[in-house]
Design a protein around this ligand. Sequence first.
Ligand code: SAM
Ligand code: SF4
Length: 334
Amino acid sequence: MPELVDRFGRRHTYLRISVTDRCNLRCLYCMPEEGMKFMDQDRLLSYAEIAEVVEAAAERGIRKLRITGGEPLIRPDLDRLIGRLASIDGIEEIALTTNGLLLAPQARKLKEAGLNRVNISLDTLDPARFRFIARRGNLEKVLEGVRAAAEAGLNPIKLNCVLLKGINEDEIETFLRMSVEQPLHIRFIEYMPIGHDDAGWRNHYLPLGRVLETARMKGYELEAASEAPEGSGPSENWRIRGAAGTFGLIHPISDHFCKNCNRLRLTADGHIKPCLYWMDELNVRPALGSREALDALLDRAMAIKPENHEMAALLAGEAQSHVPTERRMSQIGG
Ligand code: SAM
Ligand code: SF4
């Protein structure tokens, strides 16, 4: 079967699968505190339907999967889905992105089902600030999740930290020190205006150049981390000399990363999104039950995939060439 190569020669080997848009947190950069409308449960793809899409995609060269959400661990029996996906020919790696709240009791079971790696979102190490950013939940549970993931052998563990101007930028050094002391990979992420180009984004967006400035100001010697963990994707990776771990910068806005994009996204309600940023998406439901139709849909995704997002243009107040998505990050999966 032909591989998934788009008009710009980019080969697609990575599929991000959202299993729910619901979440037990309300992170201020991801969704509003009140009034978020969630999908009806009967609109979610079943595990069998997700597996059918993955079988078709794996035949076309998809090798790596990431399970995400909303919060994926609130979907019941996630280990059952992971076990099913791990048995599909061609799938080499399954990763999970989670807020970590429900991870501790499930880490071992997920690992045994076939999960290889985990990214845990952690924007602050201050309990009160955690409640301010996430608006719910509790930091200690997330840290328990990080420890349980390590004990279960879900290595390397990556921590996703969205940097927010005026909110957690003073913790850059704390996170850098964490990468020195522990074998963790800290991924600093730029705040993106996905589904919301609003004052919150404009006021709190922080270009990640600030991380390297902080590291240099503190006198850290930086080395390009050539041995960066598998699947670092668009991340620019660094190690502080002598550190146990590494850190990475995901800066889609200040230095966009579309040139090497190798990913497709499947939303919880069954839409393939060729690009995180734009509105274009393809409904898989009418194609389920027919491998030919699923193949045609994947070909179509390659045909309509745009060359790049335009978040920097948005920040500069310039005109956009397409229509941005109205989905929030929790409705896509990040
Ligand atoms: N609930 C899980 C979690 O938080 O890890 C998985 C879904 S969440 C949408 C996936 C990732 O997207 C998280 O690391 C989160 O921090 C990140 N994210 C959410 N909204 C974002 C935004 N507006 N800009 C940048 N990253 C964002
Ligand atoms: Fe939930 Fe993740 Fe969005 Fe936070 S970032 S509200 S944990 S989906």
